[in-house]
Design a binder for this molecule. Sequence first.
Ligand SMILES: Nc1ncnc2c1ncn2[C@@H]1O[C@H](COP(=O)(O)OP(=O)(O)OP(=O)(O)O)[C@@H](O)[C@H]1O
Ligand SMILES: [Mg+2]
Length: 288
Amino acid sequence: MSGAPGPHAHEHAHEHVHGAEAAHAHVHEHVHSPEALHAEPSAHAPLEPEIAAHWIDLEHVHFAYPDGFEALRGVSLCLARGEKVALVGPNGAGKSTLMLTLNGIHLPSHGTVRIGGSPVDRRTVKRIRAEVGLVFQDPDDQLFSPTVFEDVAFGPLHMGVPEAEIHDRVERALAAVGMAGFERRLPHRMSLGQRKRVALATVLSMDPSILVFDEPSAGLDPRGRRELISLLGRLPQTLFVSTHDMRLVAEVFPRVVVMDDGLVVRDGRTTEVLADVPFLESHGLEAP
Ligand SMILES: Nc1ncnc2c1ncn2[C@@H]1O[C@H](COP(=O)(O)OP(=O)(O)OP(=O)(O)O)[C@@H](O)[C@H]1O
Ligand SMILES: [Mg+2]
């Protein structure tokens, strides 16, 4: 781990989400590592059309946790650039595990994850992390600074964004998640919903080309949820969002991927998938 995270970052670490200590090391490396954020910013560079068609590309991805449990058992999935896709499935389906393969926190035991055409491996992981903004299911895995301002400023600061622009970036990111004016507050003293929002802001402030949010609406109050729905609808980036909130899926995402037991069991138009009630029920889901 480069740089020591604040003590609270580990105090609240939930082993069940990412398991191994190594995952937490990567979590902090992700935000702490200046090289990671400086690395060639190919995110906004023009792409070959065939690569653009597979902006996120998973091919037969398997992943096993250190205890041997295979949480991903051959996942294949493509997202086009700018596409908004929801990921649903019952508890333990492998949604969070899948998301953690998208920026190399988990490297597949078999199969390949490609981002913008580049395979995610030890060599490319730093560059990939500058392109893929991942918001963890548990905000305590994301927030480690003494103040909200420092947490939200961390990414852009280490990407080399000029000081003068930092305040503007932080202000905009906090406003986008309904947390304007919270700059001086202590993240680890705030409510769960507030921490969830600030965790989103730490990634929005970096303006990555791909946004991966793991259950962003969990713990939000109705107004916060409405604001999130409107924010997700407005974001121009490629968006891949896991959720148990089927109304959120119906409102924001034209396409939905359903996982169960480490596999993709359905991938299609949201209107069609959500209309298939027997299918939803057979995977522990319900229609909105
Ligand atoms: N560190 C770990 N070690 C061993 N098994 C793990 C670890 N983390 C997760 N798992 C297992 O991997 C499977 C997939 O877990 P994952 O967290 O990806 O599910 P999920 O779809 O995100 O569930 P939820 O809806 O509860 O967030 C589960 O069976 C879980 O018990
Ligand atoms: Mg999860």
